[in-house]
Design a protein around this ligand. Structure first.
Ligand SMILES: [Fe+2]
Length: 252
C-alpha cells in the first residue's frame, strides 16, 4: 500500500496516547466478545462441529448483508477528506479496495458451509443498523473520524480470527469454508498495523481529529459486533433459553 511509514518518534505524544486509548478500547471489545454467549458456546466441549459451523456460517451471512454498504460508505467518507491529502486518500483507497471483495469471500464461505445464496436477501435489523451508522457517519461526520471506526473493524477482525485458528484446528473444521477467517487472521493484522501509522500521522497533524475518531468508533461499536453476531447466533438456531434463567443463559 502506498503509505510512508515514519519513525514512531515522528508522531506527537498526544497521538501516541490517543492510539493507545483506541487500541485499549478494541481490546476491551474483544474481551466482551470472548465473554459473549456465542463465543462461550462454540468453545464449550459440548458444542458439536455442526453447531460451530452453523454459527460461523450465519456470521458470514451477516458480513454479506452489511459489507457492500460499509465499503461504499467508507469510500464516500474519505472522499470528503481535504483534497490536498493526496497520499492519505491514496492509502485509504488502496486499503479499502483490498477490502472490497471480502463480502464475496464471505458469501462463498457461507455457501460452502451449507447456506443458501445470500445475495438477494434483505438485510437483517442488526446488519441494517451497521449500514445505517456507516452511511450516517460517512455523510455528516469529520471524515478523519473514519480511522477510528475502521480501526475497530480491522483490529477486532485480526484478534477474533487469530483466536479462532486454534478452534478450527482442534475441531478439524473445514478449511475450505473458513477462508474468510484463515486469511483475515494474517491480513488484518497487517491492515491494523497500517492503520496504526495512519492514525498516528493524522492525530499528530490534526489533533482535533482524535475526538472524531473516538466518536466514530463509539457510533460503530454501538451496533457492532455483539448485536450483529448475537443475531447470527439466533439465526443459527443455537438460542435455547432456560426458563429458569430469564437473563438468557444457554442450556447445554
Ligand atoms: Fe482488512
Amino acid at each position: 500500500m502506498n503509505v510512508v511509514v515514519k519513525e514512531t518518534s515522528a508522531y506527537s505524544e498526544e497521538a501516541h496516547a490517543a492510539f493507545e486509548k483506541l487500541d485499549a478500547r478494541v481490546k476491551s471489545v474483544f474481551a466482551q466478545v470472548t465473554a459473549w454467549r456465542g463465543w462461550q458456546f462454540i468453545h464449550a466441549p459440548g458444542a458439536s462441529r455442526d453447531q460451530i459451523i452453523a454459527l460461523v456460517r450465519e456470521v458470514f451471512h451477516s458480513v454479506v448483508m452489511y459489507q457492500a454498504d460499509t465499503t461504499e460508505a467508507g469510500f464516500h467518507m474519505f472522499g470528503r477528506l481535504p483534497k490536498r491529502e493526496v497520499r492519505l486518500i491514496q492509502a485509504l483507497c488502496s486499503h479499502k479496495a483490498e477490502e472490497a471483495e471480502h463480502g464475496i469471500w464471505a458469501a462463498e464461505d457461507h455457501q460452502k458451509l451449507g447456506g443458501a445464496h445470500p445475495s438477494k436477501v434483505k438485510p437483517s435489523p442488526a446488519t441494517f443498523a451497521v449500514a445505517a451508522v456507516w452511511w450516517r457517519v460517512a455523510e455528516i461526520e469529520d471524515p478523519l473520524g473514519y480511522l477510528g471506526a475502521e480501526y475497530l473493524f480491522e483490529e477486532l477482525t485480526a484478534l477474533v480470527t487469530a483466536a479462532l485458528i486454534p478452534l478450527i484446528e482442534a475441531r478439524d473444521l473445514p478449511r475450505d469454508g473458513f477462508r474468510f477467517i484463515i486469511e483475515h487472521a494474517t491480513e488484518d493484522a497487517k491492515h491494523a498495523a497500517f492503520l496504526k501509522h495512519l492514525i498516528l500521522d493524522v492525530a499528530t497533524r490534526y489533533p482535533a481529529s482524535i475526538e472524531s475518531m473516538f466518536r466514530c468508533f463509539d457510533y460503530f461499536n454501538q451496533v457492532y459486533p455483539i448485536p450483529v453476531w448475537d443475531e447470527a447466533f439466533k439465526r443459527a438456531g443455537l438460542e435455547v433459553v432456560s426458563p429458569s434463567y430469564p437473563g438468557g443463559i444457554i442450556e447445554r
